[in-house]
Design a protein around this ligand. Structure first.
Ligand SMILES: [Cu+2]
Length: 330
């Protein structure tokens, strides 16, 4: 779905990519969490079948617990961030057939770790990214497909991404950074996921609310209410077959929320603050296409709103353009 074939894509790719030599960190907490989840997920087989398209993922500081093997086809990833203290996301990278998860971790993620260290130290400038990518990443890194990304969820929040997956080997990743600026992946927030040939049996999702993202900004076909809503996105292509706006996220507004600050925070490349915990807002979920138009320009995710109030949709972008839309939930 997403191949990195242009410098723009490389830039987008960087947003996702990063280091993971320290994957041993996955161990204790993750295993404990994984066991708890597996125990909780073991109803009788006849009750399990209807839900096999739903994949429960728990976020911790800093690990995911999740199944290791899931069916292909339409899958709902339910990311629960109720047990962590930092904001997290779930990004999925499909690893090219000729390469293993281990190689991906070492060569591609490791390469990005080196680049990130260079950016942080001021040894690599943002205008030197393309050269750094050429130097530190293997050629095949450009064949990695980022199929879904950046469902940002603040502590206490749960949200879902609904997508169609081909069989293969994937990495589940979190590119958010901790307060010190280390990417969560480096602390263990990455794991292998095998998507099998068996079909999930689920069908294409039905949207409760459609959001169109295009040259006229964020356009909703109705009001968003309390409860869980399936958001269907329609992404508009630009003149160069790219995407006008490839991401959108939902925030709960408070008196302190500064949307310009949030827009700046969402720039992963901002070495000082980009995607560093704590986030400057309460994130309830969203989507990022990472520069690659999804099939038919459609994507789906769910958000859960537990109380009325002021909320906002926001797109990563220049705060000068005010890439957001504030609205009330009754
Ligand atoms: Cu994280």
């Amino acid at each position: 779905m997403l191949s990195i074939t242009s410098s723009r894509s490389i830039g987008l790719f960087l947003i996702l990519a990063f280091p993971a030599f320290l994957l041993g960190c996955e161990s204790a907490d993750d295993r404990a969490a994984g066991n708890a989840v597996e125990t909780a997920q073991q109803p009788p087989a006849d009750e399990r079948a209807p839900e096999k398209h739903v994949v429960e993922v728990n976020a911790f500081d800093h690990a995911f617990s999740a199944p290791t093997e899931i069916p292909s086809g339409w899958i709902t990833f339910r990311l629960n961030n109720e047990r962590a203290e930092e904001i997290h996301e779930l990004s999925l990278a499909r690893i090219p057939k000729a390469h293993s998860y281990q190689t991906y971790r070492e060569e591609v993620i490791g390469g990005w770790e080196t680049i990130w260290d260079g950016l942080r130290a001021g040894e690599i400038g943002l205008d030197e990214l393309d050269a750094a990518v050429g130097e530190h990443l293997p050629e095949w890194a450009f064949d990695v497909e980022y199929v879904n990304a950046r469902n940002l969820l603040s502590p206490g929040r749960t949200g879902e991404s609904i997508l169609q997956l081909e069989p293969g080997t994937y990495a589940m990743e979190c590119w958010v950074k901790n307060a010190a600026g280390d990417i969560h992946i480096s602390h263990g927030m990455i794991r292998e996921l095998t998507v099998t040939d068996e079909d999930s049996g689920a069908s294409k999702p039905q949207a409760d609310l459609t959001l169109r993202l295009g040259s006229d900004g964020i356009v909703s076909d109705g009001p968003l209410g309390t409860g869980t809503t399936t958001i269907g996105l329609m992404l508009e292509a630009d003149e160069d077959d790219g995407i006008v706006h490839g991401d959108v996220h939902l925030l709960r507004m408070t008196d302190e929320t500064d949307l310009a600050e949030v827009a700046r925070w969402m720039d992963w490349y901002d070495v000082e603050r980009g995607l560093r915990a704590p986030a400057p807002a309460d994130f309830l979920g969203g989507y990022n296409a990472y520069g690659s138009m999804p099939p038919d320009g459609r994507a789906w995710f769910t958000v859960t709103i537990d109380e009325p109030g002021q909320y906002a949709w926001i797109i990563e972008g220049d705060p000068e353009d005010e890439p957001w839309k504030v609205f009330a939930v009754e």
